[in-house]
Design a protein around this ligand. Structure first.
Ligand SMILES: [Zn+2]
Length: 180
């Protein structure tokens, strides 16, 4: 039975600042404002925390494959004193022209996490700053789709078309936790 609920989170621009192709864990010194408090609230609500991230910098040769887990570990190092952790990191390391099934907006990363952690995607949430994040959540069948105004979020909001299925637009993860 897939009975767990998860919040699927984009990484760069949603959890941490996005300087582009983060290739060294030292580039992450803190999470974005409200992120830690928001993640705590998700945990209190009983959600698993899953990061789903396109990291084509690996396929492009800009990020060493062995460095990627160290960057992710840095996020959990920052969270450890708060008593919470990201439960799983799902990364697509392919280049766009490889036509893989995991690069967002494809739902492969969510499907992979759902299988590993017995997640009921239809009771889960997707949060991100780019259209591809939102489309990934929609393609996977998430219950709630949330656009965050950090990272590229304001630009994404400005370009949203009316019919597009975004449930909420929020300033930070604390506000997101009011809608999950
Ligand atoms: Zn991929």
């Amino acid at each position: 039975m897939h009975s767990n609920r998860a919040v699927f989170l984009d990484r760069d621009g949603t959890l941490n600042a996005d300087p582009g192709y983060i290739s060294n864990p030292d580039q992450i010194t803190d999470l974005l404002p409200g992120a830690i408090e928001g993640l705590k609230k998700f945990k209190q609500q009983g959600f698993l925390l899953v990061v789903v991230s396109n990291q084509s910098g690996v396929g492009r040769g800009l990020i060493k494959p062995e460095t990627l887990p160290l960057v992710n570990a840095k996020i959990n190092q920052i969270l450890a004193p708060q008593g919470i952790q990201i439960d799983r990191f799902e990364m697509c390391t392919h280049k766009p022209d490889e036509n893989c099934i995991c690069r967002k907006p494809h739902p492969g990363l969510i499907h992979s996490a759902a299988k590993a952690l017995s997640i009921d995607v239809s009771q889960s949430v997707m949060i991100g700053d780019r259209l591809t994040d939102l489309e990934c959540g929609i393609n996977a069948g998430c219950k709630t789709i949330i656009l965050i105004r950090s990272g590229d979020g304001k630009k994404t909001e400005a370009n949203l078309i009316n019919e597009f299925k975004v449930d909420f637009v929020v300033d930070d993860l604390v506000e997101a936790a009011k809608h999950t």
